[in-house]
Design a binder for this molecule. Structure first.
Ligand SMILES: NC(=O)c1ccc[n+]([C@@H]2O[C@H](COP(=O)([O-])OP(=O)(O)OC[C@H]3O[C@@H](n4cnc5c(N)ncnc54)[C@H](OP(=O)(O)O)[C@@H]3O)[C@@H](O)[C@H]2O)c1
Length: 242
């Protein structure tokens, strides 16, 4: 039995892959949930924009946590998408629907399934959502992305308050800042017509001001040991400035 059991959605690239590579606990068992194969750990293949896939993820939580006697259980939900980039009312409707399901609905339902499966586990338990500054800032071209991140943040505040009353899982939402990943490359490739603030991201890239994903991942793992209030919504850039 591994002392730590960790699920990471979106473990196949970017921040999720960096989190998988930098798990701070020796001998941890890692399950990556994504469509593509993650760089390390086991793979639970799932297209999380299809609600039918959530059943298998919930079953994995229940199966592995029944009788779990290790030290630590963690779910990090890092899967997310900015596609389709463009204005509501103009982009492809099927792609828009997938964005809404992945960014808004999946974190809430998977979070619920994890809390249910982890309820009676006697171990340190963490549920971490990856959010974005887009939850609060206005970005034309990102309606469903920003709305999804805002939904995550409020879900975390409420779930954290609940888990303080009963449950005991530590719930946290982390905005990682602007990180050098495929998602950032997608932003730079989009037309200004669909994403009017594109130049800001070209400038950040040009100035070498995108954060390194592995460093961001280490900072995120570090936050789990900081004793933050349950239900906290934090931005790594603000913590670095504090
Ligand atoms: N990069 C940034 O500057 C930045 C800033 C703020 C917040 N974030 C957040 O950080 C998280 C990771 O983003 P990233 O920058 O690392 O982007 P990324 O490299 O594009 O990674 C996105 C991850 O999400 C997974 N994913 C996407 N659609 C999925 C689907 N339908 N089903 C299952 N998994 C899916 C991908 O896996 P598969 O394609 O293999 O399925 C991939 O592992 C996202 O939640 C994003 O919103 C990023």
């Amino acid at each position: 039995m591994s002392a730590s059991l960790i699920w990471i959605t979106g473990a196949s690239s970017g921040i999720g892959a960096a989190l998988a590579r930098t798990v701070p606990w020796d001998g941890a068992r890692l399950v990556g949930i994504s469509r593509r194969v993650p760089p390390v750990g086991e793979h639970l293949e799932a297209d999380l924009a299809e609600p039918s896939s959530w059943t298998a993820v919930g079953a994995s939580f229940r199966r592995e946590l029944e009788g779990f006697d290790g030290d630590r259980v963690v779910l990090v939900h890092a899967a997310g998408t900015i596609e389709p980039l463009g204005f509501a009312g103009e982009v492809d409707s099927a792609a828009y629907q997938r964005n809404v399901i992945l960014n808004s609905a999946a974190p809430q339902v998977l979070g619920h399934l994890f809390l249910a499966a982890a309820r009676d586990v006697h171990a340190e338990r963490h549920l971490v959502m990856v959010t974005s500054g887009a939850a609060k800032s206005v970005y034309a071209g990102w309606t469903s992305y920003g709305a999804g991140k805002a939904a995550i943040d409020q879900w975390v505040r409420d779930a954290g308050a609940e888990q303080e009353i009963r449950g005991g899982v530590r719930v946290l939402s982390i905005a990682p800042g602007t990180v050098d990943t495929g998602m950032q490359a997608q932003l730079r490739e989009t037309s200004e017509d669909d994403f009017p603030k594109r130049q800001k991201f070209l400038d950040l890239h040009e100035a070498g001001r995108l954060s390194d994903a592995d460093q961001v991942a280490r900072d995120m793992w570090d936050l789990l040991g900081r004793g933050l209030e349950n239900g906290s919504v934090v931005d790594l850039r603000e913590l670095a400035d504090a």
